[in-house]
Design a protein around this ligand. Structure first.
Ligand code: ADP
Ligand code: ADP
Length: 234
């Protein structure tokens, strides 16, 4: 199994009188091939949860399992946050943050190249993903030459290139119009299925919320699961 499971996750910032309990016991489960929404008001703990999931910060308590591997358990120090981030988690952000002086192919191939994969193989893998995302015709273009929708697809390719079992997408559609926003969600759904990735989409975007089959609402550091209105895209 490659999905992600979170049980009773807690995160406290600081200590004593000024401590903030940002996560108070979060439960969440995302299967391989599934896309779920994570929705909540400002200050509810979304960023904190993403940072815990993305191995950017350590939780305070609870348990996180990736596939069959427990990556965090009550009070553990996560042994190698960087390796976990590099090998297990893909990130897709709102602003694509493409590197302006690298062409599209190398933007996608950079991570595997940095990890020591031969340039030719890394570029070949990048091209496969660009093809799956239907932007292969822009492979030699520079980021500044791309439309917003194209940039976002390239950013998705980059998030997928190391075949992570989990993708965290933070407001991936916010700047896009309705048609393009729905296209991005459809693409994430296709990619989840194709690569058996578990995808969590943090969003406020009313355009896409109705598409999710399952949504986790987070409020004041606690999540509640709800069936969404959507049927996903299968
Ligand atoms: P969201 O992303 O939903 O807006 P956050 O996870 O950023 O929520 O914040 C959840 C709570 O944790 C808020 O009360 C916020 O003020 C607090 N918080 C976030 N980061 C820190 C930090 N580094 N130190 C102290 N408190 C923090
Ligand atoms: P989408 O976002 O769905 O790709 P657009 O209508 O924004 O569609 O773009 C259509 C075409 O115009 C794309 O092939 C894109 O590469 C090209 N294009 C858009 N903006 C620019 C730009 N600033 N420079 C060069 N080409 C662009």
């Amino acid at each position: 199994g490659r999905g992600i499971r979170i049980e009773g996750l807690k995160k406290r910032y600081g200590s004593g009188d000024t401590a903030v309990d940002a996560l108070k016991g979060v439960d969440m489960e995302v299967a391989p091939g599934e896309v779920v929404g994570l929705v909540g008001p400002s200050g509810s703990g979304k960023s904190t949860l993403l940072k815990c999931l993305g191995a950017v910060i350590e939780p305070t308590a609870g348990r996180m399992t990736l596939g069959n591997e427990v990556i965090y358990d009550d009070g553990w120090k996560i042994r190698d946050l960087r390796a976990l981030r590099r090998d297990k988690i893909g990130f897709v952000f709102q602003a694509p943050y493409l590197i302006p002086f690298l062409d599209v192919t190398d933007n996608v191939a950079l991570l595997p190249m940095l990890a020591g994969e031969p340039n030719g193989k890394a570029r070949q893998r990048a091209l496969e993903l660009l093809t799956a995302l239907d932007v292969q015709h822009r492979a030699k273009a520079m980021p500044s030459q791309l439309s917003g929708g194209e940039q976002q697809r390239v950013a998705i390719a980059r998030g997928l290139v190391n075949r992570p079992p989990v993708i965290l997408a933070d407001e991936p559609t916010a700047p896009l119009d309705s048609v393009r926003a729905l296209a991005v969600i459809r693409i994430l759904g296709d990619m989840a299925k194709r690569y058996q990735t578990a995808i969590i989409v943090v969003t406020h975007d009313e355009k896409i919320i109705p598409t999710f089959k399952r949504i986790y609402h987070i409020r004041d550091g606690v999540t509640h699961e709800e069936a969404g209105e959507g049927r996903g895209f299968d």
